[in-house]
Design a protein around this ligand. Structure first.
Ligand code: ATP
Ligand code: MG
Length: 364
């Protein structure tokens, strides 16, 4: 069937299955109501619990499901007490990122009405920007293989033309899409440390070359230290930021802090062909099995997935349902009556998800 999309679903560990179930249900309901597209879901077993049971954290069949899918929806994987024999953490999401070359880590930072933030936002200003973190090289390139002797340790920072060109092209396209949606002026900021490191001067040079191809978008630069300051002092001034892997790792946690925590922080890891959509939070084993996990970050990640599929396949219905789902979550947060405990309420996971469904049905 045309406009039918395959979604690989990694329900994962801990609270993963609890937030995946209502999310898939809402996506199913949206797709059932739409004449413009349909979604088919295939479960992909993987993660720490799966490893404990079978000795495999990412079975070949699940990898195959992910490769063949149009998009991948993932909750959270890993558990503190389950590790590989060498003691390292089980994180198949990182294996997926590497195997599928998902170079762009997309972290939207938004603060909507009703959302707790440690900042005082001036009237008329709104926090709504996106951080794009390169996710396959940078200072994570030598991860696990750094050289260590008794007196010295070294890691490698690697910036390649190939990945950087793809990353910047993606980022400028994203800024254009956001402008089309009325979510930003079409501005991209390259965050680096080009004054000190040659690798970052190279990064900036490649950024400038891409910027020259987009005369209708604005491009500028900022040093990472100044960016950390401005993210606290005037985050409403940012639109789209793009940066190296380690800088992005740090700044995205700062972004989650601005959003009042992890409960409302979605993310995507995107490559040329494939993309994984998952909440920023982990598997939260401390509250697993109680039915109290907040499903909103997962639902917002699912909304990003619909939007990405809609842009990729030029499907207006998918894009519209992506916006509707995001706005429905925002409406429930703004109303403030049905919230899970992490947001100061006492609703269950299912009650919170049903409140989102109710908004979607009312609008339909
Ligand atoms: P990881 O290493 O996988 O990122 P983590 O140890 O950083 O995991 P999380 O699993 O994200 O941590 O949990 C951090 C805290 O936030 C925990 O107290 C957890 O219960 C809480 N938390 C995380 N996600 C949710 C959620 N969806 N709903 C409610 N609480 C959550
Ligand atoms: Mg963590």
């Amino acid at each position: 069937m045309p406009n039918s999309y395959e979604i690989a679903v990694f329900a994962g560990d801990g609270i993963g299955p609890e937030i995946t179930d209502p999310t898939v249900k809402i996506l199913n309901d949206l797709s059932a109501k739409s004449s413009g597209y349909s979604l088919n879901f295939t479960a992909a077993p993987a993660g720490a619990a799966h490893y404990a049971e079978t000795g495999e954290s990412l079975p070949a069949a699940s990898m195959e499901t992910a490769r063949n899918a149009d998009a991948i929806l993932l909750s959270a994987m890993g558990l503190p007490d389950v590790r590989y024999a060498d003691g390292t953490e089980i994180s198949p999401q990182i294996d997926l990122r590497k195997a599928l070359t998902l170079f762009a880590g997309v972290r939207p930072v938004t603060v909507r009405p009703g959302q707790a933030t440690p900042l005082k936002i001036p009237a008329g200003k709104e926090i709504d920007f996106v951080l794009v973190r390169e996710s396959t090289e940078g200072l994570f390139y030598s991860q696990g293989t750094g050289e260590v002797s008794a007196d010295e340790a070294r890691e490698t920072l690697r910036i390649t033309r190939d990945i950087s060109e793809k990353l910047f092209r993606f980022t400028f396209d994203l800024a254009r899409q956001r402008r089309r949606q009325g979510r930003g002026p079409g501005r991209v900021t390259c965050v680096d440390k080009a004054n000190v490191f040659r690798a970052f001067a190279f990064f900036r040079e490649l950024f400038d070359a891409e910027a020259a191809k987009h005369p209708t978008l604005t491009a500028d630069h900022a040093y990472v230290d100044a960016t950390a300051l401005w993210m606290v002092q005037k985050p409403w001034d940012f639109d789209v930021m793009v940066t190296e892997n380690m800088f992005g790792d740090i700044l995205s946690d700062l972004g989650a802090g601005l959003m009042g925590g992890l409960g409302l922080a979605p993310s995507a890891d995107i490559g040329l062909e494939h993309a994984v959509f998952q909440p920023c939070h982990g598997s939260a084993p401390d509250i697993a099995g109680q039915g109290v996990a907040n499903p909103f970050a997962m639902l917002l990640s699912a909304a990003m997935m619909l939007d990405w599929l809609g842009v990729k396949h030029d499907n207006e219905d998918l894009r519209r349902d992506g916006s509707r789902l995001r706005e429905a979550v925002e409406a429930v947060v703004a109303k403030g009556t049905v919230l899970t405990q992490d947001l100061g309420g006492h609703a269950s996971t299912n009650e919170a998800a049903e409140a989102v469904s109710a908004v979607l049905v009312l609008e339909a």
